[in-house]
Write a protein that binds this ligand. Structure first.
Ligand SMILES: Cc1cc2nc3c(=O)[nH]c(=O)nc-3n(C[C@H](O)[C@H](O)[C@H](O)COP(=O)(O)O)c2cc1C
Length: 204
């Protein structure tokens, strides 16, 4: 499959077959993520792979976490997203190292890694969907992971810089998204997209 086929034809998959993936398949996808560009080549992504019991527990944590929150309209999709994660044989939580927090460098690096994984999975005949509905329950997930935040060596420097330069530098949490992964059990049609003209301004 060439790169154009992969980019044009990848779609979010929200129905999966029960068929499990091999560890080799999962590692191949993680390896594609790990080859993404990253700010200052500092490789700010961390991957947590969930299957079986551990995945069931993660979903329980998500559902219990959401019950405790005040409802807002944006959360309406969470139940569906957690159902998708339940059905997919593999869920990869993608975290960032929080080195530069408020200036978003690591979010950009981690997003590149996620996209590499989605494209690689598609090229292997697998389906994925990028899920950020896990962010509503980030604290509950991190508590369940025994997660230790990697201390930023740049935090003081950036906070000081922000104060002097008048920037609002805030520290975002380590969780970026989940990827549901498995053999697709649907073949969704492409949604209409804005054209390149609609999203581009040429400066000449
Ligand atoms: C940052 C981001 C967050 C997303 N979060 C969710 C989500 O929580 N649940 C979900 O079902 N899809 C989620 N999606 C998938 C989008 O809905 C999907 O990419 C979009 O509708 C375009 O469809 P396509 O991926 O098939 O091209 C997310 C996508 C991105 C890039």
């Amino acid at each position: 499959m060439n790169i154009d086929d992969v980019i044009r034809n990848r779609r979010s998959i929200r129905k999966y077959k029960e068929k499990p993936l091999t560890k080799e398949q999962i590692v191949e996808i993680l390896d594609a993520g790990n080859r993404a560009p990253s700010a200052k080549n500092r490789v700010q992504w961390r991957f947590h792979v969930f299957q079986g019991e551990a995945k069931a527990k993660l979903i329980q944590v998500c559902r219990a976490g959401i019950e405790k929150l005040p409802e807002i309209p944006l959360m309406a999709s969470t139940a569906n997203s957690y159902n998708i994660m339940e059905q997919a044989p593999v869920v990869i939580l993608v975290l960032q190292t929080c080195e530069w927090g408020g200036i978003s460098a690591e979010i950009q690096s981690v997003s590149a890694a996620i996209q590499n994984m989605l494209l690689k999975a598609y090229s292997m005949g697998l389906g994925t969907v990028w899920i950020n509905d896990v962010l509503f329950v980030e604290n509950a997930i991190l508590a369940s992971l025994d997660f230790e935040k990697e201390e930023s060596e740049f935090k003081e420097m950036l906070l000081d810089f922000g104060q002097k330069a008048g920037f609002e530098i805030g520290y975002s949490g380590p969780l970026i998204a989940a990827i549901a992964l498995g053999y697709p059990d649907e073949n969704p049609k492409r949604d209409p997209r804005k054209s390149v003209e609609e999203v581009t301004i040429w400066h000449e």
